[in-house]
Design a protein around this ligand. Structure first.
Ligand code: KG4
Ligand code: ZN
Length: 330
């Protein structure tokens, strides 16, 4: 069964073709460059870029999969959460295609598709229940997954998302955008405890706005002392990354202990982080907890994970949508 995945929740326009759960093609055009000068995503620019790119990406995905559009059996599209204008482009494209091709379509949750990513390409067998960790630019959440239609949030950030804070700190420190990959690259293990930053934690909920403010104050202080050079920035962001990611790791382990579930599916942009990936695998070796980490190519926003989850929901849970389905920002 061929599934077309469509992802347009933020700044990536992506279309993918999967054959059952195997990814046959996955094409993404990002409007990231257009947002760079603003240091963050501008929703209207993202929407306009999706409109320009969706058809191009769709055709490239078909070409790369070496199939015609008539071969598509199912259309799966991200319908929440995300930037509303961006979601509308993908959902309307999916609906139009569904009508034209007379093929069913299904709307999937973007965050659920992030933690479906480790199961793509039949890398692992899905065993329920499992816990999941999503760390992205808009969300930092831990879930209990009894099935893909029975998902409960156990903990989440009460303010900024982790990736968002990477981006905001890098912007304030003039290190570039997006901040995650830049800070990941700059991170120096020798400096991870140079400053002792803390993140907020209430049970399994998290807070990152305090650590963001602490980094902003450090900037002001160091600038006053004439010490805000690249070495100092490296020390500060290394200490930040260590504190933020360790808090996420610790909270995830707390959830594992509390619910006695020893499988954690992990996805989202921040899971591309080298320190975080190594740390989770190190814990896996020591404790036997399985961390099913999304392959790096599927950590950021992509349509392969959307196609994979749509295929699963349609075939295993009989979930279908009709043309009244609406995109939802949250
Ligand atoms: O999942 P994603 O592509 O989009 C959302 O759904 O938000 O995540 C994007 C976020 C950005 O904040 C970006 O800075 C962060 O993921 N990110 C990283 C890394 N690569 C991307 N954060 C830390 N380390 C990275 N290597
Ligand atoms: Zn995402």
């Amino acid at each position: 069964m061929y599934t077309l995945g469509i992802e347009t929740s933020c700044d990536e326009t992506s279309c993918a073709i999967t054959k059952n759960c195997k990814v046959v093609s996955n094409i993404t055009i990002s409007s990231l460059k257009e947002h760079k000068k603003y240091g963050g995503i501008v929703p209207e620019i993202a929407t306009r870029a999706h409109l320009q790119n969706i058809n191009i990406v769709f055709n490239l995905a078909l070409k790369s999969a070496d199939i015609t559009k008539e071969k598509i059996d199912l259309i799966s599209v991200t319908n929440s959460p995300g930037l509303i204008g961006s979601l509308v482009v993908g959902v309307n494209f999916a609906k139009a295609l569904s009508l034209a091709l007379k093929k069913p379509f299904i709307g999937v949750n973007h965050l659920h598709s992030h933690f479906f990513a480790p199961y793509l390409d039949y890398k692992r067998k899905i065993k329920f229940p499992f816990l999941s960790l999503v760390v992205s630019g808009g969300h930092t959440e831990i879930y209990l997954v009894k099935n893909f239609n029975d998902i409960k949030i156990l903990g989440k950030t009460r303010d900024d998302a982790c990736g968002e804070v990477f981006d905001k700190i890098a912007k304030a420190y003039h290190l570039g955008y997006p901040g995650g990959p830049v800070i990941d690259k700059l991170f120096n293990d020798a400096y991870k405890k140079e400053f002792s930053f803390k993140c907020g934690k209430i049970g399994l909920d998290l807070s990152f706005s305090g650590i963001k403010t602490a980094l902003m104050y450090k900037k002001i202080q160091m600038e006053k002392n004439g010490r805000f050079d690249l070495k100092m920035k490296t020390k500060l962001v290394s200490s930040f990354q260590y504190a933020a990611l360790e808090t996420i790791v610790l909270t995830t382990l707390e959830a594992v202990k509390k619910f006695k579930i020893y499988r954690v599916a992990c996805g989202g942009g921040v899971l591309a982080n080298r320190y975080l990936r190594c740390r989770l695998l190190e814990i896996e070796k020591k404790t036997g907890i399985s961390f099913l980490i999304s392959p790096k190519k599927y950590t950021g926003d992509n349509a392969a994970m959307v196609a994979g989850l749509g295929f699963y929901l349609y075939n295993n849970l009989g979930i279908k949508h009709n043309l009244k389905m609406k995109p939802e920002a949250n």
